[in-house]
Design a protein. Sequence first.
Length: 329
Amino acid sequence: MNREQLLQAISFLFQVGNPISLRLYFLVSTDNGMELKLANIEQEVTTSLLTQFKGYIQSKFIDNEELFFGNLTDADNRRNSAYNYDFDEKPEGLSYLDTVLKNEEQAHFNFNVDDLNNIKAFVILIGNEEHKISLYKKHYPINYLRRDSILRIFPSNERFEKVNTNILSISETFEFMQIGQNLIVLSVKVLEKYFGYDTIIRNKAIENLTLIQNSGLLVDIQLLNTLTNELKYAKRIVKIKHDTPVLQLPVNTVIFFIANHPVLSRKIRFNADSTQIALDTKVSQEHFIKLLNDDFLKSELTNLFYDSQSKDTLRIEENADQEQVVAPE
């Protein structure tokens, strides 16, 4: 799903005269595991929740012209971003988004049985008979205000009175949105912390090593395999896909580039006849991953070499002899 498809998919929420309803579910921890419970809320509250979530969706996706939207496998550290989840393996904990899209009717939250303290997340279903989306909002203890935790007062008839009930706070933000089969990630941080995303990344990184092995570039792929244990490197390996431009090049072209590069030629070694790359150090492994992601650029204006990922100028040892080689036949 690209940005245009995303905007088209949520446009029904803002069409004049198009009836839109909302259902709120609590994801509750029980003796039987996590269960969805439909919240029984009055119409005024429903209307307020619908207004605030629609407002956030509009500000986040429609009015936000600077928003970066891309695939999760290409995610970086951008602040103003959202991502289409493009892994085959999906986090089990987010399956509830699909559940409410397929079946709105769930057991009701019962105050005689269920405890507000056990709420772990909110799942919000918004739409009508033709179109629906579901939202996932993580619930934190700070959003639940116990009546006996601290004295809370509110103004009433020109005086302050004590709040005599527990309060559940629900803001307009959310971390995930599902549209059909498309899962949209607004918080990579929450995905990594609570949904085992690091394991998914490492599994995908190990899978991608097969692409590198099949390219014939390396003497031994096993040395690169150790880097998948570190999340930051696993993320970079995940970005390497079957259509990665560097993997489409002949092996001798890649070796020629490395051998004649002022920095890479001192970081990466070859086998005896210079027909394959030997990743015998962690530094060489790091630089090889960057090479596959095409991160090494040369400015046509200044002739300086850059690491495009950080835009840092690459330091070249001035006193070291540069051995130029030609591409193998």
